[in-house]
Design a protein around this ligand. Structure first.
Ligand code: 5GP
Ligand code: MG
Length: 174
């Protein structure tokens, strides 16, 4: 196993997610739909919706898989739907969840799809954001942590589909 340097501990993530759920509960009506972008956001989404339960939110949930990265560390630029949501978003308040906002292409594509389908509002919540990397006009309404410009793994985020199960967020040390 290569060495992994911890960037955000399990406790730091837990505390921040509770704060984010309070922020979401303040911003949105009591009932809304949560859409997680797979695969990276699955652990964040699971923890966030349980924190939203504690804030008395009434939610429905769905997932969408968009891909742009493949096995490469740099975005290929092209974002395609690999698995679509099965619920209708027309007229709904939607909280769109992703693991990390980097170039912004993934979230831009997802927001455009949901708006095209008639979502009433789309509120974007990301766990991480890499400042200064945006390639398109998009911003997160709610962000967990601003990360340094390093390739992070864990807590859903992968390298070649490994390391998603780490309960913390870290950086691979060569
Ligand atoms: P964007 O479309 O904003 O450039 O990239 C967003 C997606 O790229 C994220 O959902 C994530 O899957 C992947 N990504 C971007 N930066 C990182 C990173 O540092 N580590 C990992 N594991 N994935 C990343
Ligand atoms: Mg992703």
């Amino acid at each position: 196993m290569p060495e992994i340097k911890t960037l955000y501990t399990q406790e730091q993530i837990h505390t921040r997610i509770q704060e984010m759920s309070q922020e979401i509960a303040r911003k949105l009506p009591q009932e809304f739909m949560v859409i997680g972008l797979l695969r990276g956001s699955f652990i964040f989404a699971a923890d966030l919706v349980r924190a939203l339960y504690a804030e008395h939110c009434k939610i429905q949930m769905d997932f969408m898989t968009l891909s742009s990265y493949g096995d490469a560390l740099e975005s290929s630029g092209q974002v395609v739907i690999q698995r679509d949501i099965s619920e209708s978003v027309a007229g709904r308040d939607v909280v769109l969840i992703d693991d990390i906002l980097e170039s912004g292409r993934t979230l831009r594509t997802a927001i455009d799809i949901l708006k095209d389908r008639g979502a009433k509002t789309v509120t974007v919540a990301v766990l991480l954001e890499k400042p200064g990397k945006l390639q398109t006009k998009v911003s997160a309404d709610i962000c967990g942590f601003k990360t340094p410009d390093v390739f992070v793994i864990g807590y859903g985020l992968d390298y070649k589909n490994y390391y998603r199960e780490l309960p913390f967020i870290g950086v691979l040390c060569e």
